[in-house]
Design a protein around this ligand. Structure first.
Ligand SMILES: [Ca+2]
Length: 452
């Protein structure tokens, strides 16, 4: 009888043990990897960013990563750079030797040529494991996050006023290597700024209008680019950026902007100016010049993309000299203009001060120097008109200087006396102070959003 009584007890104990056997030894599952789907993987951060340091204009040598939360020691940080086909072109990683406060940068070496950059991700693997209970099973989960690039980049640009005067609506010129898609600019408060740019095949010139910069002060603006859309496309507006701008679109010269002598032609976005030319013993054609309807307060800079065509050699040989293309930096209200004439003295390439009345064409040319302009190729010519001091540049190289009587508000002009045609893709006029604000360009910065 006693034996019979024990049996159910043993059976119930065995059942009890069997039940405990399922529950008591926890099943620990270490989950490592990226938390796609509904898995309870946690990211150590929600947002952050990566900054790329350039060893040269084109070569990145390291990155700086920061995230929104502090990271413990022994956290691994992996930076992956992808090309446009999704292949990894560079991989860098580091392990924190001490905890990293939120927002602080940690350096991760990653070496690649910038033109291969198409995407970046940053993986953060924390040494912290958290335990999650799901019914009778507990999971040990490593905190892992993948920082996904939001798809646009920005570069801080530091601007320092150096002339000792308060600048209002001043247009700053910024030159960067490479091309920048969907580019736009914001100020320190995130407000969009008016801008314009040209890309010449290897570098980009940006002009950005700064509403106010007090004397000797500094500010930072941000270039944003690389996104899928440009939210501030309407701010890419040369009419808002420059005192004067013409891209020579359409099929005729815009007479609301220019006064005309002779027959300038406009085609395919290019202005062509043709002068007199020798044909056998005869001289054909006529000189051509144009000058702005508006006047500009000194001081200012004229910039233009031009391919200059020389004076007519045979006219120079026959008459002793000939002016080819010329720029008029300043024309007063009676039409008397000052400028530079590029021409030929017998057979020698020379330049000199040209004084011409735009209404009747009478004038003088005073040869002052050899012609150091490169003719017949597209280049950007800049002319600084700083009161009576004139300095010209071709693709940033100083070419010539002139001193003329102190100037008041005036028009500017372009012309071709003989030879040609010289061609002009665009021309602009902007304000100038001496010295111009200093521009220094910061590193490339990519915002990241971490998942899961
Ligand atoms: Ca054009």
């Amino acid at each position: 009888m006693r034996k019979l009584k024990l049996t159910p007890l043993i059976i119930s104990l065995m059942l009890l043990l069997a039940t405990f056997g399922l529950a008591v030894p926890n099943i620990n599952v270490s989950v490592q990897g990226l938390g796609w789907g509904a898995g309870p993987v946690q990211s150590p951060a929600t947002e952050g960013g990566v900054t790329f340091h350039f060893a040269t204009l084109t070569q990145v040598d390291y990155s700086l990563v920061h995230v929104s939360r502090s990271l413990p020691a022994y956290t691994a940080i992996i930076v992956k750079i992808y090309d446009s086909r999704g292949n990894i072109v560079a991989l860098g990683n580091t392990t924190l030797q001490a905890s990293l406060p939120a927002g602080e940068d940690v350096r991760v070496n990653v070496s690649f040529t910038w033109n291969r950059f198409s995407n970046v991700t940053v993986v953060i693997k924390s040494p912290n494991f958290t335990t999650s209970f799901s019914g009778p099973i507990s999971l040990k989960i490593q905190a892992v996050g993948e920082g996904v690039w939001v798809g646009s980049l920005r570069r801080p640009i530091n601007i320092t006023e150096q002339s000792g005067t308060d600048l209002y609506n001043y247009t700053v010129r910024i030159v960067l290597g490479g091309q920048y898609t969907n580019a736009y600019f914001t100020d320190l408060n995130g407000n969009p700024l008016y801008y314009w740019y040209v890309y010449d095949g290897s570098f980009t010139i940006f002009w950005v209008k700064i509403p106010y910069l007090s004397a000797n002060s500094k500010t930072t603006i941000f270039l944003h680019y690389g996104g899928s859309v440009n939210p501030y496309l309407s701010y890419m507006n040369p009419a808002k950026v420059f005192l004067f701008f013409d891209d020579f679109t359409g099929t005729y010269l815009d007479t609301s902007k220019w006064n005309i002598y002779g027959t300038p032609t406009v085609s395919g976005g290019i202005l062509s100016l043709q002068g007199y030319r020798a044909q056998g013993r005869n001289i054909r054609g006529q000189a051509t010049w144009i000058w702005t309807v508006n006047t500009f307060p000194v001081s200012y800079v004229i910039e233009m993309n031009t391919s200059l065509a020389d004076a007519d050699l045979r006219i120079a040989q026959n008459y002793g000299y000939a002016v080819g293309p010329f720029f008029l930096w300043y024309i007063n209200s009676t039409g008397d203009g000052y400028g530079e004439g590029i021409g030929i003295y017998y057979s020698l390439p020379v330049i000199g001060l040209l004084q011409i009345n735009v209404n009747n064409g009478s004038g003088t040319w005073t040869i002052t120097a050899w012609n150091l302009y490169t003719m017949g190729t597209w280049s950007i010519i800049s002319i600084v008109v700083d009161r009576g001091n004139i300095q010209t540049y071709q693709d940033g190289n100083p070419i010539s200087t002139y001193t003329v009587p102190s100037l008041e508000d005036g028009s500017i002009g372009l012309g071709q006396a003989t030879g040609g045609p010289s061609q002009y893709d665009w021309i602009l006029v902007r304000k100038y102070v001496d010295p111009e604000p200093a521009v220094s360009i910061g590193w490339v910065y990519a915002d990241l959003v971490f998942r899961p």
